[in-house]
Design a protein. Structure first.
Length: 366
């Protein structure tokens, strides 16, 4: 067994056992609280550039299968677990987690105190770190200095968004899906409702989108700081009032910024499959799947045409918005789950109803 170190920018060092790739890797360390769904998590583009810590102690026990990926290639920089299952047991299993991460050149570390690491992240926020081989030749002070001087990446969406548009044909409503780092679960839900989907890159212009005469526009999830996605914000600003829009996660944040609101970075983010959210329209509470490090400043909504529709019960942050004048609504969480509860899956049906209610209305061109 090879030993591996996880070194944080504050100088904390965790020693454990290596699995996955042998290469070193640097990224922002975050934690997720999901008890299951590690395959969907590691393939979620919203984790681009991050080393993901799993708070649930045993990971890999049902292996890796062909069906549960949320992207063709994973975007995480590393994986941290308390215990790695060496012999998965599931009729769908094709590979062990170790085999899969090795094939994708992603390093992992097991056997460390993940509770201690999570407490550090909760108190200090997401921190930069490096996964590297253990050994006397590793100069921890030099590594820490390098980590502290390394600027945070800002090109998240550009790296995970497709370079060209592609169709996912159907015979129902035509939806242009702006892919900022889309989980495939979103596309599956639209396909399930027979939508005729065109997936487009993050920097597609409003003019190009409207040229397809869509019945609606979907704004996907994605990684990073929404303020960095200037092209997407400008496109959304031009689309508001011209076509029905449904935004999820990063798409929710970009819509808010395009409408004049502001975002801020959460101390340690919302990542997991057990986050309670209250729908202010119905008074109903739903358990949701979440993965984001930023949120919308509720105070910045004053003076905009936006109203809050959902709030997080854990910390009171904004979890849903609607436009007061135009057919647009967004949520911060993941109604397609993948992984997680499906309490909020009905929002896709609401999007279909929104498009139907606005069918036949002339679409203005940018």
């Amino acid at each position: 067994m090879k030993e591996r170190m996880l070194i944080l920018e504050d100088g904390t060092v965790f020693n454990g056992i290596a699995f996955g790739s042998d290469q070193a890797s640097q990224g922002e360390v975050v934690f997720t609280t999901g008890m299951t769904g590690y395959q969907e998590t590691l393939s979620d583009p919203s984790f681009y550039g991050q080393i993901v810590t799993f708070t649930y102690p045993l990971i890999g026990n049902y292996g890796i299968n062909r069906d549960d990926f949320e992207a063709i290639n994973p975007s995480i920089r590393g994986m941290v677990v308390r215990e790695l299952a060496k012999h998965p047991s599931n009729f769908r299993s094709d590979l062990t987690l170790n085999e899969y991460l090795t094939s994708k050149e992603i390093p992992g570390i097991e056997g460390i105190d993940t509770r201690k690491l999570t407490r550090i992240i909760r108190s200090k926020g997401a921190v930069r770190a490096i996964l590297t081989e253990a050994g006397a030749e590793v100069n921890v002070e030099e590594v820490v200095t390098k980590l502290q001087s390394t600027p945070l990446i800002t090109n998240h969406v550009r790296e995970v968004s497709p370079k060209t548009a592609y169709p996912s044909p159907g015979r129902g409503k035509r939806v242009v899906l702006m892919d900022f780092g889309m989980k495939h679960g979103i596309l599956r839900e639209l396909n399930k409702r027979n939508c005729d989907v065109l997936v487009v890159p993050y920097n597609t212009t409003a003019e190009e989108i409207l040229a397809w005469y869509p019945d609606g526009v979907m704004l996907s999830n994605g990684p990073g700081d929404p303020a960095d996605v200037i092209e997407g914000i400008e496109t959304i600003r031009e689309l508001i009032g011209k076509v029905p829009i449904f935004g999820i996660c990063l798409g929710h944040q970009l819509f808010a910024l395009a409408s004049g609101a502001k975002s801020f970075k959460l101390p340690f983010g919302h990542r997991g499959a057990n986050h309670p959210v209250k729908d202010l329209r119905t008074g109903r509470t739903e358990i949701t799947s979440q993965n984001h490090g930023y949120a919308i400043d509720a105070n910045s909504l004053e003076g905009t045409d936006l109203e809050v529709t959902h709030v997080a019960l854990n910390d009171g942050t904004v979890e849903g918005l609607r436009h007061k004048k135009y057919p647009v609504f967004t949520v911060q969480y993941h109604p397609e789950a993948s992984p997680g509860p499906e309490d909020s899956n009905h929002l896709f049906d609401e999007f279909i109803e929104l498009m139907e209610a606005n069918a036949g209305k002339e679409i203005q061109h940018a």
